[in-house]
Ligand binder design. Sequence first.
Ligand SMILES: Nc1nc2c(ncn2[C@@H]2O[C@H](COP(=O)(O)OP(=O)(O)OP(=O)(O)O)[C@@H](O)[C@H]2O)c(=O)[nH]1
Ligand SMILES: [Mg+2]
Length: 341
Amino acid sequence: VHELGAKVLEGDFRAVARACRLVDDRTSGYLDLLRDLYPHTGAAWWVGVTGGPGAGKSTLVDRLIARFRSEELRVAVVAVDPTSPFSGGAILGDRIRMQRHFQDEEVFIRSVATRGALGGLSRSAVDVARILEAWGAGVVLIETVGVGQDELEVARTAHSTLVVVSPGLGDAVQALKAGVLECADVFAVNKADRPGVDTTVRDLELMIALGSPSMANSRTSRAHSAPSVTPEKSEETSEHWVVPVVRCIATEDSGTSEVLENLKAHRRWLDSSEAGRIRRLARTREQLLGFLRDELVGELSRELEQAIDAAAEAVARRSTDPYTACERLLHEFRGGGLESS
Ligand SMILES: Nc1nc2c(ncn2[C@@H]2O[C@H](COP(=O)(O)OP(=O)(O)OP(=O)(O)O)[C@@H](O)[C@H]2O)c(=O)[nH]1
Ligand SMILES: [Mg+2]
């Protein structure tokens, strides 16, 4: 494992693939690998790309890769849950849409689909992203469909999150889950070549300006004025980040440089403001809590497997209630022994 880690740090492409598999399968030793690599991470910029199925996330990611590559940056892409029924086997689609970059030794594209069991999707995505950082990626793009709780959690692990919306699906804004809207640092209204763009942009801007209920608790804080589209106009050092709404046509690479400029402005804001510092801390804490939760639940379900089965049956039979059952299980886990019922 230590040898593998050293190879990853040397930039060995195949070692990176092996390391990702190790972490994905949680093969023994994977934690040592992550521990080895951790000191070599922390400098990369993690950009989450989320939004409804088919909004054009992969097409946009492909464009962003090209732009980062022209800046000589090494790029990593973590495509999360491409097997989701919502995106319908998008792993193939993703590969096709990012195809030209598969030949590039400075671009590493990795899919993550592990869910359930120990630690969810976001844990796998974070671990894989760390390996890719250690490999030398300057930017890690994390693509995930914004449909489930897990996917939202993934979006939240990024430093900057781009939410991709496409018009023409009735009320696109209403159709988005509130949670997706809340995690937006930048909105890209993609497929601007289609009708309904103006309405979608207006709806989003209005929602941001009003600080609608769904945005009020936003980690990006409430915006008080209409968003400015040009990053120059936004006050990057202020405590409030005003979420910009940018139109683009990913298939034509139009508006994509504005998308990137706004994302970069967000990164500068993160790095320079107190609010950004607090957010970084909050995210780190959230991640740590997530790890603890995974470990504790894992340990508990291993140790009390039979007792949990028995408790589930008892609750199903209604011979006890779930609250009491939970209390008893916790009591046993803490070493109090199983109370007689
Ligand atoms: N007209 C138009 N079509 C687009 C645009 N961007 C993407 N598309 C098309 O929309 C479809 C979906 O694009 P993807 O990039 O795969 O979308 P996605 O959000 O990654 O999709 P999933 O990962 O399956 O959720 C493809 O057929 C694209 O060619 C655009 O700006 N205009
Ligand atoms: Mg996709």
